[in-house]
Design a binder for this molecule. Structure first.
Ligand SMILES: O=C(O)[C@H](O)[C@@H](O)[C@H](O)[C@H](O)COP(=O)(O)O
Length: 234
């Protein structure tokens, strides 16, 4: 089954990053102009680093932009694997230093114990989220929604009405907290940012079947509730 999704192909990463940074900046500023504030959800990983750098220099009202993460490893925020550390080092600098960042990690020992506090924090986050930027692993995961073979909390992540879930993936390091499908789809615009031939093959495979347990990214590709644009470059 082939699904309709906006798929934008770029010849190189630089072209993709320049256009996506400009589009996100415009959407955030439009939201600030309309509502006095905007919300941006970003993912970790290696793909978005240059995008974050470009975004950080955009001349928008960052002081009125709320930023949080699609998921977070439950490690100290100065740990090398922390998504908060990655966002602070690559996005929350230059003009974007004045953005209002809310991390998902707190002082509880585990995501299961810390989930209620994170949920309370997200409850005050401007919704619907104006922009969500997702990545995708080569196993078809996004956020911390890992294929059911690796994470038995996947069904919960894709069905709960809660804003976040605790995850202990078998195929990735660290216990994690992740926004749920309900939270991710409660947004005005989702971007899936993927680079390279391998990710393109994974995306194409995801587009030809519906089993979300096999490839959780399908939970975002299948839906028709929230606009989804896929940005891919070689
Ligand atoms: O915490 C994380 O790891 C991310 O949120 C995760 O979902 C990421 O987006 C993908 O794993 C892609 O990562 P790369 O960009 O490094 O391929």
């Amino acid at each position: 089954m082939i699904k309709e999704t906006v798929f934008k192909k770029f010849d190189n990463k630089a072209g993709l990053e320049a256009q996506l940074a400009e589009r996100i900046a415009n959407q955030l500023q439009d939201a600030v102009d309309a509502k006095g504030k905007a919300s941006l959800i970003v993912s970790g990983g290696s793909t978005p680093l240059k995008l974050f750098e470009l975004l950080s220099k955009k001349a928008i009202d960052w002081n009125d932009v709320y930023v949080t993460l699609a998921d977070e490893r439950w490690v100290d925020t100065d740990h090398g694997d922390s998504n908060e550390r990655l966002v602070r080092n690559n996005l929350l600098k230059n003009r974007a230093a004045s953005a209002k960042f809310c991390g998902l990690k707190n002082m509880y020992a585990s995501p299961a114990e810390g989930q209620a506090m994170t949920t309370e924090l997200l409850a005050h986050f401007p919704k619907p989220f104006d922009v969500v930027v997702l990545g995708m692993g080569n196993d078809g995961h996004t956020c911390s929604w890992f294929p059911c073979a690796a994470s038995d909390e996947l069904e919960n992540a894709l069905t709960t009405t809660n804003l976040c879930v605790a995850v202990t993936p078998g195929s990735a390091p660290h216990a994690r907290i992740s926004l749920s499908k309900t939270a991710i789809l409660a947004s005005r615009q989702i971007y899936l940012h993927i680079v390279g031939e391998q990710k393109l093959a994974v995306y194409r495979k995801a587009m030809t079947d519906n089993d979300q347990n096999e490839m959780p990214i399908r939970a975002v590709l299948d839906q028709r509730k929230t606009p989804l644009d896929v940005y891919w470059s070689a």
